[in-house]
Design a protein around this ligand. Sequence first.
Ligand SMILES: [Zn+2]
Ligand SMILES: [Zn+2]
Length: 248
Amino acid sequence: MNTIKVKEKFDKFINFLFPLNHTCNLCGREIFSGDYFCKDCESQITYNDKTICNHCGRRTFNSEEYCTSCSGRETYFEKARSAYVYAGALKPLIANFKYHNKKYLAKIFAKELSLLYYKSFFNCDFVLFTPMTDDRKEERGYNQARVLAEEFCKVTKLTLIDDCLIKSKETPRQATTESVKERRLNLKGSFKVENKQKIKGKRLLLIDDVMTTGATVEIICETLKKAGVKAVYVLTVASVSKGPERID
Ligand SMILES: [Zn+2]
Ligand SMILES: [Zn+2]
């Protein structure tokens, strides 16, 4: 073996031990630790691990058990939790995952969601994800909620069910001016359940990327409950907080 080849092998070995091209998942800068983000980007990300609403899991800014939306209101889901607050650098990160083919981010998110799942004692029988219509899937190339749920099931060894919850009708993209009530009306009848017997009487975990108004989650859970599902729990990567959008 000539010296150049020996050197190549040695370099490969060193790179394996000390990977040189480990970069921040947000800004792409090289980092020298096992973290996902550089220190600057990490400071722009808020983990949802402070005060939260005990029902919807959104970050709150007081010590009440429930947020103003959940207090005294029945919902079709049992409980929801999210790993991050949907603000700051989380927004472009989710957009990259959703629209720009950065599917590898699912690994980071799924790890966070699995920790949250065990911490929350949801104990579900099956995992489902927010479905897309075939047209939307074709347009985007993939359903990010499915990619996330698949990765989550690899970690938790839970079973993914993809033939029970169907999105049958396209809904207009959510407008910023739309109220929760309007969103609910727009979403009505968009989801349906097939193969009911599979999920009847079961505890399900619904996975999605972001919870904003919560209208989509509500409609899905209503559809599932009316089809005979016992309980639905929800995990999202991020949720909009019940308070001012700020990073700290
Ligand atoms: Zn960075
Ligand atoms: Zn709440």
